[in-house]
Design a protein around this ligand. Structure first.
Ligand SMILES: Cc1cc2nc3c(=O)[nH]c(=O)nc-3n(C[C@H](O)[C@H](O)[C@H](O)COP(=O)(O)OP(=O)(O)OC[C@H]3O[C@@H](n4cnc5c(N)ncnc54)[C@H](O)[C@@H]3O)c2cc1C
Length: 467
């Protein structure tokens, strides 16, 4: 069985690693010979680190990233309005990690090169994708111009914001908020800057800005641009000076239009969309890449099951589960962006009092106090019968230390598993039953209590039973 992944960005390569781990042969195609050289993502949360762990690259990622201290909201004069610290999380990794995207892509591509079931072909552009499965792809070699036809059992469209595969499945992007122009500036400092080791967000209607240490000697600054403003007219040294970074070397400065969009269709037969091909978010909560990593983590085991003979209907849950989750996070990013930077001059007068009470906005408060993202909605693979705010069903199982010491996911293995705290296990639950007491984790024993939970291969809790 061969799966073709279109796009060797971080989402496509992670998908290939996860599929290869499940015994599938994977061909990754990218129109470029090399990885994208410019830094884009700089933050990942600890849920996303669980995906990198499943792909076998979390330790290598930890070596090129550093824990993030949190988010600090400042007013236009640099005074702190609110602070949301981040620390050790419930998933065995820091709640927030800072990194440079090219470093992550190098780690992923090195792992792919060592994976005998996966192959990466660069310099190949996918032109057309036809058929529901087997799927025919028409590709063009960018060096020779020669066209060729390939056949795959399934295709993942991980081909980014301007996805060709998205067009081929007849999907359209739906706006969830207005686009905004931002200038993104990457910096290198000769000596460490005496700055707070977290993300600083300047909440100023005139010039909203973000500043953060990334990794090693690298820093990132972002400034919102007015619609009619020319980048050349900006006093960049003056703007950087507000963060004590005027003396840094600018290694690149690029303008982006941040979009807030989710595709209205994620699948046609065995052609499925993941990552930026399916959703685009403003980066205010650093979730664009994280969403894509969750897409492929939750899809890899379903696709492997279907290719091994399970009903194709299992793939219907891809959009049904992932689209509402993506919409919730994109909307949260838009909301936070508005709270932090929206409005005009008059809004700035009330911003101080609004932001000092920002923890009272329920969705913002939930995000501020934990790195947890919203649970998946109830469905065939998420058995939550009624609204139960404290139910673990639909959310990621925590990953506290277990005896060994080992990481829980590595002990649980790649399949369905039942964690038993004593409650009788319903007969239709798949997977081996593991008494929690055998894991030697007081934290997990406390979390589970006397419940039993059914855990999916992507570590989402599918169902819970009480004694
Ligand atoms: C300024 C900025 C800051 C960001 N900050 C964060 C952050 O802090 N945290 C976070 O989680 N996210 C962040 N993001 C978002 C993150 O960078 C993206 O979500 C992520 O790169 C998407 O990965 P992807 O693999 O889906 O797509 P991409 O990285 O875009 O990869 C798509 C690949 O597909 C290839 N391709 C496209 N079309 C074809 C075709 N027809 N044939 C063959 N190959 C094709 C391309 O060459 C490319 O290699 C940020 C983005 C920006 C711009």
């Amino acid at each position: 069985m061969t799966v073709v992944v279109v796009g060797a960005g971080p989402v496509g390569v992670t998908a290939a690693l996860l599929l290869a781990c499940r015994g599938l042969d994977v061909l990754v195609l990218d129109r470029h010979a090399e990885a994208h050289p410019l830094p884009r993502a700089v933050h990942l949360d600890d849920e996303s680190l669980r995906v990198l762990q499943a792909a076998g690259v979390a330790d290598a990622f930890a070596a090129v990233s550093r824990p993030m201290a949190g988010l600090r909201l400042l007013d236009g004069d640099g005074r702190t309005l609110a602070e949301f610290p981040r620390g050790a999380g419930e998933h065995g990794w820091p709640q927030g990690s800072m990194f440079s995207q090219p470093d992550l892509e190098r780690v992923l591509r090195d792992a792919l090169a060592a994976e005998p079931r996966a192959r990466l072909r660069g310099g190949v552009e996918v032109l057309r994708v036809d058929g529901a499965g087997p799927v025919r792809l028409t590709v063009r070699d960018r060096d020779t111009g020669a066209e060729e036809e390939l056949v795959a059992d399934a295709v993942l469209g991980c081909d980014g914001a301007r996805s060709t595969v998205r067009r081929q499945v007849g999907a359209r992007m739906r706006d969830l908020g207005p686009g905004e122009r931002w200038l993104v500036v990457d910096l290198v400092a000769d000596a460490p800057l005496p700055v707070w080791p977290g993300v600083q967000q300047v909440c100023d209607a005139v010039r909203p800005a973000t500043f953060m240490p990334v990794a090693d000697d690298r820093y990132r600054a972002e400034f919102r641009l007015h619609e009619d403003e020319a980048v050349a007219d900006l006093d960049l040294a003056g703007l950087l000076g507000r963060f004590g970074a005027a003396g840094c070397t600018v290694v690149r400065s690029a303008e982006y239009r941040y979009a807030a969009q989710v595709a209205d269709r994620w699948r046609q037969g065995r052609v499925l969309l993941c990552g930026d091909a399916a959703h685009l978010t403003p980066p205010f909560i650093g979730q664009g890449l994280g969403l894509g990593l969750r897409d492929v983590h939750q899809l890899a085991w379903k696709l492997a099951a279907v290719l091994a003979g399970a009903d194709d209907a299992l793939l219907d849950t891809h959009q049904a589960e992932r689209a509402p989750h993506a919409r919730a996070l994109v909307r949260l990013a838009v909301l936070l962006g508005r709270l932090m930077t929206g409005g005009g001059e008059r809004a700035a007068l009330v911003r101080r009092s609004v932001l000092s009470g920002v923890r009272r906005v329920p969705r913002v408060a939930a995000f501020a106090t934990s790195s947890r993202t919203p649970p998946l909605r109830p469905g065939p693979l998420v058995r939550r019968s009624r609204v139960a705010p404290r139910s673990p069903v639909g959310a990621l199982l925590p990953q506290p230390p277990v005896a060994g010491p080992r990481r829980l996911d590595d002990v649980l293995g790649p399949d369905w598993v039942v964690l038993s705290g004593g409650a009788p296990v319903p007969p239709d639950w798949p997977g081996r039953v593991l008494p929690v007491a055998d894991l030697g984790s007081p934290e997990l024993t406390r979390w589970l209590g006397r419940r039993s939970v059914l855990v999916r291969p992507d570590r989402i809790v599918a169902a819970a039973a009480r004694r």
